[in-house]
Ligand binder design. Structure first.
Ligand SMILES: [Zn+2]
Ligand SMILES: [Zn+2]
Length: 130
């Protein structure tokens, strides 16, 4: 499933300017066509309770809210990178088309750095053999 392409310009509250290195545009991290507000993780709160502060927005408003992490684990025991009770699939089922394209390009140039992508490695070998 593709990542949602919603973008918002977040006007940083004064007390956040020192915390956020690059306040400005935020990209939704949920899957495309998700119900409800868009969501972007701003910073990890850490600590014993865990959780992170998220920007949730729609066409009318934006708000910052602390949310606990989604507790789901994928088959490799990797934690979902979204908040608890998020709409749309877990983070490992969402692919960012931009990130995907960059990764694909890097894998073609440096196949030894991407041993887990046999398709790309094969294709590169064919090109090298010409
Ligand atoms: Zn969204
Ligand atoms: Zn999840």
């Amino acid at each position: 499933m593709r990542q949602c392409t919603a973008v918002a310009l977040l006007p940083p509250p004064d007390h956040l300017i020192t915390l956020a290195a690059e306040p400005g545009h935020i990209l939704c991290e949920l899957a495309t066509d998700h119900p409800g507000d868009h969501a972007t993780m701003l910073w990890d709160e850490g600590g014993p309770t865990g959780g992170a502060v998220w920007a949730r927005w729609n066409t009318h408003r934006a708000r910052l809210i602390p949310l606990p992490w989604c507790l789901a684990l994928d088959p490799r025991k990797e934690a979902c990178e979204l908040f608890a009770d998020h709409p749309s699939p877990h983070s490992w089922d969402i692919t960012d088309p931009t990130h995907e394209a960059i990764t694909h390009d890097l894998a073609r140039q440096h196949p030894h750095l991407f041993p887990g992508t046999p398709e790309i490695a094969e294709r590169t070998e064919e090109e090298d053999g010409s």
